[in-house]
Design a protein around this ligand. Structure first.
Ligand code: AMP
Length: 217
């Protein structure tokens, strides 16, 4: 049986995290989110977290070696045997090349692109509020029940350092540069599935599921 490796790409705030979680839940596959893995290390102030902090606070990419070691370690776990969903990795041509060297004979790799215009991205991100427990809210689109407090764990919500407007613009620029080789790879190898990320979450979810169902046959 082949193993599917699905790489979600989209600008920060495009909803790729939401969609990858929804698909993972449906398939009971793990999500490898490099942003989440790195934030765990940041929060727990590990050596790796201290190393990554200055890059993440500035909206810059963390060095490849740090991220690749995290992913390789996670990908080696047995729960990845049917399929894996990547969120935030690979971010550029070098990381993609590295991932391709890890593929086994029956692995199939697809790029899933969530497309959202820049203006909408900026609106979405400045309103985002997150909690250390992993929960994510939006002041307008998905408010917590009590303002500033996490519904799940009761802790205070905060604006991520990298969701400030100046940093967002840098992140969008970085995204465009780094997504290009992934989109090219997907298009040239007929491995690219693109979705309109402006649509409601449920609609995008259904469209992605229709496409993935065909790959599972
Ligand atoms: P994300 O949650 O995917 O928006 O990632 C948050 C931050 O983590 C990014 O702005 C980067 O600093 C870092 N990061 C996440 N994934 C990667 C990656 N694949 N390569 C380098 N840095 C990453």
């Amino acid at each position: 049986m082949s193993r599917l490796l699905l790489i979600f790409i989209g600008a920060p705030g495009s909803g790729k995290g939401t969609q990858s979680d929804l698909l993972a839940e449906k398939l009971a596959w793990p999500v490898i989110s490099t942003g989440e893995l790195l934030r765990w290390h940041l929060h727990h102030q590990t050596d790796l977290g201290k190393q990554a902090k200055k890059y993440m606070d500035a909206g810059k990419l963390v060095p490849d070696k740090v991220v690749e070691d995290l992913v390789a370690h996670r990908l080696a776990k047995p729960d990845t045997k049917h399929g894996v969903i990547f969120d935030g990795f690979p971010r550029d041509a070098k990381q993609l090349a590295k991932l391709l060297t890890w593929l086994k004979k029956n692995d199939q790799l697809y790029i899933i692109e969530i497309k959202v215009p820049d203006k909408e991205i900026i609106n979405r991100l400045v309103g985002r509020r997150v909690c250390d427990c992993g929960a994510s809210y939006h002041l307008v689109y998905k408010p917590s029940r009590k303002a500033g407090i996490c519904d799940l764990c009761g802790k205070a919500l905060y604006l991520r350092e990298d969701d400030r407007p100046k940093v967002i613009r840098d992140r969008l620029k970085a995204y465009k540069n780094t997504a290009k080789p992934l989109l090219t790879y997907g298009a040239e190898n007929a491995k690219l599935l693109a979705f309109d990320g402006k649509q409601p979450i449920k609609v995008i979810k259904a469209e992605i599921w229709q496409a993935i169902k065909k790959l599972l046959k």
